[in-house]
Design a binder for this molecule. Structure first.
Ligand code: ADP
Ligand code: ADP
Length: 231
């Protein structure tokens, strides 16, 4: 089963930069897929198409078999289904306490209060930061901030979790902790995970499939076994 499909996706920025040049890929449900590529390869441009921040110049994006609906309501639904964790947690955290930060998105979903609280508790536990709930977010370590940013997205209970460079800025212990946490979450919450990274070391260890991007094109794809056997 595929959760996301891109068909011959092209994207031109307003200044004319041709950032995506005919991307055709399918992302299988319930796996961890890596998008590997150097700076400028087009990873973040591609990711911004997955929750409708960017609209293709040409080509199509499908979510769960349906073409993305770019109406206001369609985009609200898509953004709940596809959760984004940015590279720099400071862009995602701005409340007075960890609890408030992790609650921020879920409180906008107009859920019954006890359901919202249940989700926040669950996300805090999953990411191992329950004990930090009353701390001001700015007082957290970088790794703790990353966890708080992930928790806030998990509390929305997305179907797909998209992470931009989740291991950037972490030491080896922090990297393995965050990747283990993501793998356990993928299984525990039946998520599809998509990771943009230039950290080739994490890919065979933690990912099922990989797409390698270069200059706006997918130049290699397959299971980690296939792709890394070719190197
Ligand atoms: P990556 O995430 O792999 O580093 P990006 O998607 O950020 O790559 O960039 C892909 C290409 O698009 C690069 O050539 C980059 O310079 C260009 N680009 C990114 N953002 C913009 C923008 N806002 N305006 C014009 N060009 C951009
Ligand atoms: P209020 O809306 O009553 O001013 P808050 O915005 O501080 O209160 O919190 C709203 C709800 O979120 C509270 O009723 C409480 O159940 C929950 N809450 C807030 N902070 C925490 C916390 N640190 N731990 C657990 N639950 C909390």
């Amino acid at each position: 089963d595929n959760i996301i499909q891109l068909k011959d996706l092209h994207y031109h920025y307003p200044d004319g930069t041709h950032a995506l040049k005919g991307i055709t890929i399918t992302i299988p449900k319930g796996q961890v897929t890596a998008l590997l590529g150097g700076n400028g390869a087009g990873k973040s441009t591609l990711f911004q198409h997955l929750n409708g921040i960017l609209k293709p110049s040409s080509g199509e994006v499908f979510f769960d078999g349906q073409p993305v609906d770019y109406s206001r309501k369609g985009l609200l639904n898509l953004r709940q289904a596809v959760g984004m964790v940015f590279q720099d947690p400071d862009n995602q955290l701005f409340s007075a306490s960890v609890y408030q930060d992790v609650s921020y998105g879920v409180l906008n979903l107009q859920l019954p209060k006890d359901e919202a609280q249940r989700r926040v508790e669950h996300a805090l536990e999953r990411t191992g930061i329950s004990h930090l709930r009353n701390k001001p977010t700015h007082a957290l370590s970088f790794g703790q901030k990353k966890r708080a940013a992930i928790a806030g997205v998990l509390a929305m209970e997305p179907q797909v979790l998209v992470l931009d460079e989740p291991t950037a800025g972490l030491d080896p212990k922090g990297i393995s902790e965050i990747m283990q946490l993501l793998l356990e979450t993928q299984k525990g919450m039946d998520l599809t995970i998509l990771i943009a990274t230039h950290d080739i070391d994490i890919v065979p260890l933690y990912c099922d499939r990989v797409f390698v991007m270069d200059e706006g094109e997918v130049v290699l794809e397959g299971t980690c076994g296939e792709v890394f056997a070719k190197r």
